[in-house]
Design a protein around this ligand. Sequence first.
Ligand SMILES: [Zn+2]
Length: 448
Amino acid sequence: MQLEVVAIGGYEEVGRNMTAVNIDGEIIIFDMGIRLDRIMIHEDTDISKMHSLNLIEMGVIPDDTVMKNIEGEVKAIVLTHGHLDHIGAITKLAHRYNAPIIGTPYTLELVKREILSEKKFDVRNPLITLENGNKLDLTANITLEFVKITHSIPDAAMAVLHTPYGAVVYGNDFKFDNFPVVGEKPDYKALKRIGKQGVIAMVSESTRADYEGKTPSEGVAANLLKNDLLGTDNQDNGVIVTTFSSHIARVKSITDVATKMGRIPVLVGRSMAKYCGIAQDIGLVKFPKETKICWDPSSIDKTYHQIMKEGKENYLLIVTGHQGEEGAVLSRMATNKTPFKFEKYDQVVFSADVIPNPMNSAQRYLLEARLKLMGVRIFKGAHVSGHAAKEDHRDLLRWMQPEHLIPSHGDFNLTAAYTKLAEEEGFRLGEDVHLLRNWQSLKFERVL
Ligand SMILES: [Zn+2]
C-alpha cells in the first residue's frame, strides 16, 4: 500500500485549509477553505464574482494546482464543519473534481447557500449528507466515519477514513467540551475505539497548541455573558452584544439571557440571519419564540426605528462586527449610518476575541474609540475558544496513538508548539511527527 498525505493549504497559516489523502491512487480531499485576513473579507463581504486563479494568487484560497502532480483519482471531498476557512473555497475549486461533497446536515446547508450565491462558477458536484456517528463507503477499500466532536459551530465532525491498513484521522477543528450549550459532548467512545483499532496517520489542528491547560467549555462563556448582562445596572439602557454569526451556541446563550432580562432578542444582519436561521430550520437550536431576525436593509432600518421609538430598554441586539470591520453592522451603528442612536451608558459586549492581525486591531481600536466618545460602556472577555488547548490535544494523542502525526492549521509557531507537545508524548520530529509546508507531501509504504 502507498499512502500519501498532501498539504495543500493551512500548513503555513491559520485559514484556507485543504488536505488530500491518497490511498493506492484513491484520493480523498478534506476541506476547501478561504483565508479571511488576506483580503480583509469580513462576514458580509462578497467574493462571489472573483476567479479561482486570482484568489489563489492572492493567497485567499488553497493552491490546488499541486493536485496535477498527484497520481490518482479524487473520490470524495469531505468537509468537517461549516466555518469559511474550511468550506469557503468550495465554490471556487470543487467543480474541478468529479467527486461528491460530503458533510453533516448543517455544514451542507451552508455549502448550498455558498453555491447559490456563487456568480463565477457552476458547482454541480453531488452533495451527500452524512450524520455524525455514521459511516459511508467511499470506495471498495475506503469507508468514511464522522465522529461527533465539539467546536464553535454546530454539527462539527472529526473525519476518519477506515482502510484495510488502518485508519487515517483528520482532526481539523475541535475542542473537547463536556458542557456544550447546543448539541452533545464529543463521542469519546468512538475516538477510543478508533485508536484501539490502529491509526496510521493523523492530521491535527494546532491553532491553540501553545495554550496551557484545557479550553474552557461553552458553558463558561454562557456564565460570563450572564455576569456582564445580568450583573450590570443597564435596565434603562441599550444593550448590544456582538459575536460570530456562525457561533450558534453563543447566540443561543445571548438570546436566553435577553429573555431573563425581559428583553426581546433581535438578530441583525445578513450573515447572522443566515447561520442562525438555518440552524433553527434544521432543528439544531431553538431560540426564544419572541426572537426577531432581520437581514435585508429595509427590515433592519424598520427594526431600528421601532427600537428607538419603543425604547431601547425593551430589546437586546445581537450583531456582527466584533472585529471592527468597516461596513459590518456594529461599525455602521457606531458611525451613525443607521437610525439606531447610541447614548451615554448604553452597553456593548464583545463576545469574541480580536483575531490578532494589525488591521483588525486598528479597526477594533477605532470602533471602541468611537463608542467610548459617545459614553458607551464596553465589556470584553465573555468568550471562550472553539479550539483544543494542550491538555485536550494530549488526551487525543493518548487515545489515538497514531503511527504518523501531521500538525496543521497554523504557522510555524503553532505547528512547532504542537510538535513539542507530541514529543512530550513520545513522538519524535522527523520520525513520526512531520512538519509539512503547503505543497509538500508525506509518503509512506505499508504492507498488509
Ligand atoms: Zn473551525
